[in-house]
Design a protein around this ligand. Structure first.
Ligand code: PLP
Ligand code: COI
Length: 342
């Protein structure tokens, strides 16, 4: 199979349409058989539930080319499960786990020419989602849905690649104090856009959300969880019911404990603890682990000792081990890697 003629090393995190996507529609209480299609456009009724009340849930995962030339995905069943949780929270039907995995395999296989080569620094990002396609005018769940999965080759999420970024803590919350709208998997991403745009227009790379009730605890950014390293080498990850349970973060906890012998604390993290940490990173499928060099709040600038030039040493070890597992350089824990027969 010949690869697409793409400058893999210079890809950013942007949508590049590929040849095939997978679609299955839900009507009269059941999903149809589903199929690969080539049309990237969706035509829906003007009153569709997704357009009126934003009834939509999405996931994100990646396919990688390993050192041996295999194409693999990373823990896709975790995304299948989280999508079921998210769908339930939004009164949407579950897309069965086995069908989710089959759709992942089919779309990646059909677009194998878009999977970036080993060592290129790029990966194939998979975006499965379910949206309400049936008309609703009263505030209630739709009776019809579409599951769709498209893929797009991507490079680093942040422009500088592995260069540390600067994050601001703006006054804009993502949600109301009660957690409305983004409890567990029911995140409302549109609510994070204003804070994100504010950060970019003020010269920062991202925005850190604090807990909206007290503005005391660290939550996450619009698209990644936080990970801190203490001066004595412990990994600390913020615990909160209103952040996304990141699969990358949960994987890094296992990597830290089992591969690197580090101690991990998963607990509420107060914002005023930040100046005691040695390193900071953002973790997620898209972010992988992006080092954070500086956090700027209204009355405080915190520059982590790891600095603005390079990833901190423990963050780097975590990064190398996780990406090594994903690229087949380091043996993966049982069941983490799903090979796709191409
Ligand atoms: N937090 C938010 C708000 C996200 O959108 C994402 C990305 O999916 C993450 C965290 C990281 O989650 P994961 O590691 O499962 O990609
Ligand atoms: C991911 O990492 O998959 C995300 O969903 C983050 C962002 C692109 C929304």
């Amino acid at each position: 199979m010949e690869k697409q003629n793409i400058d893999w090393g210079n890809l950013g995190f942007a949508y590049v349409p590929t040849t095939y996507r997978y679609v299955s529609n839900y009507k009269d209480g059941k999903w149809d058989d589903g199929a690969l299609i080539t049309d990237p456009n969706v035509t829906i009724n003007e009153c569709a539930g997704v357009l009126q009340y934003c009834q939509q849930v999405f996931e994100g995962l990646k396919a990688y080319t390993t050192k041996d030339g295999d194409i693999v995905t990373f823990r896709p069943y975790m995304n299948a499960e989280r999508m079921i949780d998210g769908a339930a929270r939004l009164e949407m039907p579950s897309f069965p786990k086995e069908r989710f995995l089959d759709a992942v395999d089919q779309v990646v296989r059909a677009n194998a020419d878009f999977v970036p080569p080993y060592g290129s620094g790029a990966t194939l990002y998979l975006r499965p989602y379910i949206f309400a396609s049936g008309p609703v005018i009263g505030v209630k769940p739709s009776k019809e849905y579409q599951f769709r999965l498209f893929v797009t080759p991507v490079g680093p999420y942040f422009k500088g690649g592995a260069k540390p970024i600067t994050i601001c803590v703006s006054e804009f919350d993502r949600s109301a104090p009660a957690g409305t709208g983004h409890i567990k998997a029911g995140l409302n991403y549109a609510m994070s856009l204003h804070a994100h745009e504010y950060a970019l227009t003020h010269g920062f790379d991202e925005n850190m959300f604090l807990d909206p009730a007290t503005h005391t605890f660290v939550e996450e950014t619009g698209g990644a969880n936080f990970l801190f390293i203490t001066k004595d080498g412990k990994v600390v990850t913020p615990k909160s019911d209103s952040i996304l349970p990141s699969i990358t973060r949960r994987s890094l906890v296992e990597v830290a404990e089992k591969y690197l012998g580090l101690t991990v604390e998963h607990r509420p993290v107060r914002f005023d603890e930040l100046e005691d940490f040695a390193e900071c990173g953002l973790c997620g499928t898209a972010a992988v682990i992006s080092p954070v060099g500086r956090v700027v709040a209204k009355d405080k600038v915190i520059t982590f000792p790891a600095g603005m030039e390079e990833m901190g040493p423990i963050t780097k070890k975590l990064y190398d081990t996780l990406t090594g597992i994903q690229q087949g350089l380091i043996e993966a824990p049982e069941g983490w890697i799903r090979k796709i027969d191409c």
